[in-house]
Design a protein around this ligand. Sequence first.
Ligand SMILES: [Zn+2]
Length: 526
Amino acid sequence: MSLARAGIVTPLVGPMCSHTLSMPPPAMPGVAARVSHDRHLGVFVGDSRPESVAAVKAALQAKFEDKAQILTRLTIITDPQIRFQLLKCCVSTRPGFWLRTMSPSLTSDPAEWFDTRVRGSLSEICSTPLTDLAWDIATLPCSLGGCGLTSAVYTRNAAHYASWAASWHNITRMFPAAVTITHASLDTCALPFARGLRTAHRATEASCTALTDNLHQHPLPPLAPKNASIPAPTELSTRFPTAQKRFAAIAQGARWLGAFHRATQPHRACMLSQCQQGANFAFNAVPSQAHGAMLPMSFVTACQLRLRLPLSLLQGITTCVCGAAVDCYGDHCLSCRHLQTHRTPWHNLVEHAAAGMARHARYHVSHDSRRPRATSAVYSPHYCPDFSLLHGSSGGTHVLVDVTCPSVVTRTIVPASSHTPSAAATAAAASKLGVYGNVQPHVVLPFVVEHAGALGKEAMGFFKECRKKVPNELSDRDAARSTWSSWGFSNFYLQSFSVANLKGQGHFFASASAILRARGGVRLIG
Ligand SMILES: [Zn+2]
């Protein structure tokens, strides 16, 4: 065994048999380097002496600095989407092992340092410095409407306590003679490991309380944990095999609530929409040419929109063609009817994904809106649908599909959409049904995807129906296009809608900003 890589167990006898690390003879190989701390299976171990604590922290800091070196090399990559995926999957997760295995008091400073580096890198990708709220949202999982980055600071307490909860029972059973401390005494034990365990427990318990106390104050994401609870240290006689996932979900759920509480009303509307199922799956997409890749400017705009950062495309633009002031988050542009026509490519991208899913589920798709004389006129006299599913309803009649991507931040909808999930989608679906009028015995399916990502009730229902028809499988063609981030029907199509929606918004804001600049609605800077 290499002395540099692992601690050595030396059978000591007589006066040298002591639990302090300074006792082995100084001449023993490796002793000089490990009087203050040691390393076992990569974990830095010390005792409660101040010099030992300082040495362990310094060793961990050096390890994190080593792990962060890759950030310097990341700048070589010019494509922001690829850079983001590497930052998310391969860099931000690096400190995890040490956060799980070492006490929170030891990991605190190095974790903060590592987060600062990751945040700096994400700011570069987003082309603008991240606000604290943006960083909070970026480090939430995509299933809660975040971008899926891992924050060392926010995850370390739950990760450390979960490690003990998952393993204490096994440790005491495997080494009954060596471990003389019982779970009942973990509440009072003065050893450093027990103090660290209790610190981690207190922080995780506080997240749990924040979550349960606020349950009725704000709406919660559908995937936030229900009936959250954290076992006390004295309850660790039972094994908690899923502790890592469970405690992390509680900590993240509490963070979502904290961020929502601080957010402005339009920001809350966006947060509620983007935490619905699949809404933020674009940030899970490993970009390949056939699927998931976005233009660099579209990806940067997508990050800025989802993190509520000022849009680079609108920089310097103050006035809209309608005369109203243009805000930096794009709320006015998304609402203004003078810019409506520029939404067509965005709409078409989502329509393409929806029609592709229907075809895959073996519906007969008729693209009515592309035909000069749509056959749909016979069964839908008032309005031409985007496409029809011929004989696609349960009763064998036609289904008229209308795709629409309403904004959740328009002045009229924001009071509702900031506290009721899918309020914008529900309103858009109702207005579509009104436009079509009575088409019985045929059926209108408003396929609504909110701009911040949520699928409307009918769209989600149709997605689930399609999935049932093809037992969650992909066609050979789609399977060849998918990457490991989009295996299976659900992942592939939810990711497709999310990517199409954000690609479309990238296109919309590029067009809108070009129009506004051409019309002179620009304040010259400098
Ligand atoms: Zn306007």
